[in-house]
Design a protein around this ligand. Structure first.
Ligand SMILES: [Zn+2]
Length: 137
């Protein structure tokens, strides 16, 4: 049994086009022999959302965990919790604010960078799955 490498639909032997997505199938190119060979796509919008919303609460890296960069995501998750903790601890005193404010600014910049990072990582993931059928990391 063959499956379309674009959408994963089952393709009847000898057909020229995929019945699922209409992709042309030339000489068996664009076909997988196993359904499991195709990894599910990662939605860049979902990756960006998962990076942005929990990130507002200091939970960074969720978008990277979603696209499969688990190590990087968990590292940012831990770093984000430490940043928020330090941000509050230093903000208790007026002099501490001098340290707390740069921490919050740094956290904000990291938050923005990780949103864009998760978005582009999802696209890289999809490109790699499209080309090789495997995750790029
Ligand atoms: Zn298809």
């Amino acid at each position: 049994m063959m499956y379309c490498s674009k959408c994963g639909a089952q393709v009847a032997p000898g057909s020229r086009f995929c019945s699922g997505c209409g992709a042309s199938i030339a000489d068996g190119a664009g076909l997988h022999t196993q359904q499991g060979a195709r990894l599910p796509r990662k939605d860049p919008a979902v990756a960006a959302l998962l990076a942005s919303l929990p990130g507002l609460f200091g939970l960074l890296g969720i978008g990277h965990i979603y696209v499969g960069q688990t190590g990087k995501g968990v590292a940012w998750l831990i770093a984000g919790i430490i940043l928020v903790f330090l941000g509050f601890v230093f903000a208790i005193t007026i002099i501490g604010l001098l340290i707390a404010i740069p921490i919050w600014i740094a956290g904000f910049i990291i938050w923005i960078v990780l949103i864009f990072g998760a978005h582009s990582a999802a696209r890289k993931f999809n490109d790699a799955v499209q080309r090789t059928g495997q995750a790029p990391w």
